[in-house]
Ligand binder design. Structure first.
Ligand code: PBG
Length: 333
């Protein structure tokens, strides 16, 4: 049957008809809101390249999380800006670390109980060199080589995850891209009596220009080199599938794909391949470029925001980490 008997426009005629046949749903509960926690009290420092995003002291972060809960968001993802940094990223796992403090405070808030508290497990915000692991130097002078050492980093990541879970994280989310870290974290959590703490692994994380604004927000730009020896090459889809398989084998309960919009094919391929819940991270650069166009009046903010999130859900993500979470939830309610 073809035209004129077949007319696709019949089902688009009214909003109730369109709503009836809409294939993909977007709900506040699908959205996770990232928070950047900094020292101090009453601090709300705006991040220049990310309008509407702030570095928040613990008390302000609690207020923000309570608003997120009221809006029906699914959870918050915590990043920390420590008072001081060192070569080994000690601030990531200290009992009184900045994220640990925030988790403890959030656990005290009855309103925030509705949220899943997710802690990002990585060292780049805590190391003086800004890399996601321990840096070893070989050679001297202009010929010196720097390498982010995989195996020595695992123990520090595992220690970080355990301390976050002890402080109150419902889920730990390693984003460092070291080999073997999911297994190392699972083993350490189990040994610490935290067998019930799930791991959301950033299984497929590409070395991306779209993380640029985040590094301003988290003060985590590498002081030398880049992350291409541990994050994936943007050209590789099959490699992403191997990363996912390995993380699930090592015990990942959920996986996170990142960035989202420039890698929707990867999200789709992952959805077709595995049964675990999949999240996608609409990263800082995706947020900032849309905001830049909003500020110029070139895109309609509300429509472009919802369309971008819907595209990620349609590709196959069950949930989305996004800086738009609060704004989107206000529209979706
Ligand atoms: C930590 C981490 C990064 C992001 C999430 N976790 C930065 C990076 O890898 O450089 C990026 C998030 C964003 O851009 O919004 N490794």
């Amino acid at each position: 049957m073809t035209f004129p008997a077949q007319r696709m426009r019949r089902m688009r005629r009214t909003e109730p008809l369109r709503a009836l046949v809409r294939e993909t749903a977007l709900e506040p509960g699908d959205l996770i809101y990232p928070l950047f926690i900094c020292p101090g009290k009453g601090v709300r420092n705006p991040v220049g390249s990310m309008p509407g995003v702030f570095n928040l002291s613990v008390d302000e972060a609690v207020r923000e999380a309570e608003e997120a809960a009221q809006l029906g968001l699914g959870g918050v993802l915590l990043f920390g800006l420590p008072e001081t940094k060192d070569d080994e990223g000690t601030g990531a796992w200290e009992e009184n670390g900045i994220v640990q403090q925030a988790l403890a405070a959030l656990k005290q808030s009855p309103a925030a109980k509705k949220l899943v508290l997710i802690a990002d497990v990585c060292l780049c915000e805590y190391t003086s060199h800004g890399h996601c692991g321990v840096v070893v130097k070989s050679g001297d002078g202009p010929d010196a080589n720097f390498d982010v050492a995989n195996d020595p980093t695992l123990e520090i990541l595992a220690r970080t995850a355990v301390s976050q879970a002890k402080a109150g994280a419902d889920v730990v989310a390693p984003s460092d891209m070291m080999d073997g870290r999911v297994g190392a974290i699972r083993k350490a959590l189990d040994a610490a009596g935290l067998a019930q703490t799930p791991i959301l692994s950033y299984a497929s994380k590409f070395a991306s220009a779209f993380y640029g604004p985040f590094r301003e927000a988290a003060g985590s730009a590498p002081q030398f080199g880049d992350r291409r020896s541990y994050q994936m090459d943007g050209a590789n889809l099959r490699e992403a599938m191997r990363e996912i398989d390995l993380d699930i084998e090592e015990g990942a309960d959920m996986i996170l794909m990142k960035p989202a919009m420039p890698y929707l094919d990867v999200v789709r391929a992952a959805r077709q391949r595995v049964e675990v819940p999949i999240g996608a991270y609409q990263v800082s650069g995706e947020y900032s470029m849309l905001h830049a166009a909003f500020e110029k009046g070139w895109l309609d903010p509300n429509r472009a925001m919802i369309e971008s999130l819907l595209s990620i859900r349609r590709a196959g993500a069950d949930f989305i980490v996004t800086y738009f979470a609060k704004e989107a939830a206000k529209l979706l309610r």
